[in-house]
Design a protein around this ligand. Sequence first.
Ligand SMILES: Cc1ncc(COP(=O)(O)O)c(C=O)c1O
Length: 386
Amino acid sequence: MSSDDYFNLASVEGMANSLNRKWQVYPNDVIPLWLASPDFRIAPEIKEALHHAVDAEDLYYNSDDPTREAMAEKIVRVNGQEVTSDDVMISQGVEPLLWLAVMHACKEGDEVVMPNPMYNGFVHVMEGLNTKPVYWDLDYEDGYRFDEERLKEIVNKDTKLLCLCNPHNPAGRVMTREELKAVADIAVDNQIKVFMDELWEDIRFDGREQVTLATLNPEIEDLTATSWGVSKTFGVAGLYLGYMATTNKEMLADFKHEAHSLQRGSSTLARAAAPVMLDETLDWYRRDLITQLTKVRDICYKRLNEISGASFPVVEGTYVPFPKFDYGMTSEELHEYLIKEAKVALNPGSNFGPGGEGHMRICFATSEEIMNETMDRMERALSKLA
Ligand SMILES: Cc1ncc(COP(=O)(O)O)c(C=O)c1O
């Protein structure tokens, strides 16, 4: 099979019966680009590993030691953090780790700093655990730069946790080494714990460098828990496989204590497929994925920037950026309008914190055909508003 067969064959008609939840929420004539879930084929090596586990009836209780070892090896090789399997915890996707991080660092009413806009999973955790979100505002017009002066202004003695994701959903930024150094300095000076979510680490464009915050110096490493996963790179969110590492023994013990009985690592099937997703076997998939995403990102960039009232940012990482729409509508109103008039479903910006108004999140992990069709539809519908 060629690379196109894995990444570029999806059509609107062909996806109508897809089991991907993204395609099931709206009627068949609506193109759904709201959920961060790709329209790509699963790598054959992952399917083979899953078949093999079923054939071997590997569905019993079994040890997660080999998977944690593979995770530790990957973290040392790719992220450059010197960890062992004893520093690694497996989870059912990244989402539960956010909860554990807040439960570890905070009590009710404590302040948690996070960027605005921010992936909505983080916003939900703050509400669920009655902590106080304090927003580190990022400006679209300023290229969503992580401004260290702003961060200094909002941290204080009640700040117990700083939550970040890098690459950033939905700002589409990959934090520079300088931005990360500033975060490290502020966290260390104020002794604030950091939860750094690197779930999107593979999705970077134009040679942007991924720097793992915890590798900057031993002081920030001691304050940081880092999470990773496989859902965004390989389109396997349904395997529910995430992991975190920290060399802070107390922090890891507390995460495990909080998780005890509530979550039990991940399934044997997820663990069966883990080795090929953690070693270099699927480097071909990672490479071809970026080639495809670059093509589709560039279609979005060209087409949306040609539409009066719309603007598509430079996307450095992730496939879920946050274009801006100036039509005097709330993002919910525009969402409804686009479903009705364009038959396109995006994700309203207001779901991503108070900084999201005026924006819509779009998932461009699809074929060129679907993206061109989406842009044709949006162009027709939005031209009536300009
Ligand atoms: C930054 C970020 N973290 C966590 C998640 C949740 O990931 P998972 O489904 O693998 O738990 C997402 C999903 O889009 C995300 O964008």
